[in-house]
Design a protein around this ligand. Structure first.
Ligand code: NAG
Ligand code: NAG
Length: 299
């Protein structure tokens, strides 16, 4: 969340470029042509069947592979780590995820989450095979962390000596004050065993969904923002923190990326979001960036 993912990706672009054999995945709409019955999973007609409202009906296994075309390339450090089963099993712990509102809202939330974790773990670069936005979930752990991300002043979630709270997993969970509460909510020792987030794919996806679903006041949850449940405070209104994909960027890393025009990391997040909305067949909605928003804590 705090790591400069794009810079890391750029530094590694050269090494990735040497072995970029494309994955010959059929895109999901072609699979639908071959297997028309698969369309039924996400249709509006099953609106009233709660069991089919989960994320699996929107992000089928075929869709998952068409979104993350290169995640299992040999050049990606996360090769074979972020598998579909782990994603679904983690999502099962958060039944509200991609299950609120109409079909378009559910698709847009799924696209937003998957876009944000893709930016956080991207191995893409401008001229990458299949484009810069086909390289999500390439990394599982921050490369060369500049510190151990220990806020020693935080006494509620005290750092364990020798442990590092650098970016790990799909959302690149960082800092003791995130590892601690994530572990508490999910049932692992986040402060004592932060390594689990980059060694167990279930835990990895769970931390990303925990971050997405959990408000950390004064920030709302990304989930509430994407499903229309965000209630801006007076401070939010003064800071122009309006609902939309851009506000999820503000929640995740606004201090470094928001209130800045044409910010490259923001553009990368938006690029992923556009591609994923396209693949899921939903419009992107309003307020894609956060150039005109103040970050949290600044006002
Ligand atoms: C997905 O990852 C889990 C956890 O490592 C593993 O048990 C499972 O076999 C993997 N599934 C596939 C299809 O690779
Ligand atoms: C921690 O507290 C010390 C002493 O009050 C202060 O100098 C330092 O800036 C604080 N660190 C952070 C990360 O807030």
């Amino acid at each position: 969340m705090a790591r400069p993912s794009l810079l890391v990706a750029l530094v590694l672009a050269a090494s990735l470029f040497v072995s970029n054999a494309g994955v010959a995945e059929a895109s999901w709409w072609r699979w639908d042509c071959f297997f028309p019955s698969r369309r039924h999973g996400g249709g509006d007609h099953d609106h009233h069947h709660p069991s089919r409202r989960g994320v699996a009906s929107i992000v089928t296994e075929d869709v998952y592979h068409s979104l993350f075309l290169h995640k299992d390339d040999a050049a990606c450090p996360a090769q074979n780590f972020y598998n579909y089963t782990a994603f679904l099993r983690a999502a099962a712990r958060f039944p509200g995820f991609a299950a609120a509102g109409d079909l378009a809202t559910r698709k847009r939330e799924a696209a937003a989450f998957l876009a944000q974790i893709s930016h956080e773990t991207t191995g893409g670069w401008a001229t990458a095979p299949d484009g810069p936005y086909a390289w999500g979930l390439c990394f599982k752990e921050e490369v060369s962390p500049p510190s151990d991300y220990c806020d020693a002043n935080n006494t509620q979630w005290p750092c364990v000596p020798g442990k590092s709270y650098h970016g790990r997993g799909p959302i690149q969970l960082s800092w003791n004050y995130n590892y601690g509460p994530a572990g508490k909510a999910l049932g692992f020792d986040g402060l004592g065993e932060p390594e689990l987030v980059a060694s167990d794919p279930y835990v990895a996806f769970e931390t990303a969904l925990w971050f997405w679903m959990t408000p950390q006041p004064p920030k709302p949850s990304c989930h509430d923002v994407m499903v229309g449940r965000y209630m801006p405070s007076d401070a939010d209104k003064a800071a122009n923190r309006v609902a939309g994909f851009g506000l999820t960027t503000n929640i995740i890393n606004g201090g470094l990326e928001c209130g800045i025009a044409d910010q490259p990391q923001v553009n990368d997040r938006v690029g992923y979001f556009r591609r994923y909305c396209d693949l899921l067949g939903v419009d992107v909605g309003d307020n894609l960036d956060c150039a005109n928003q103040k970050p949290y804590g600044s006002s």
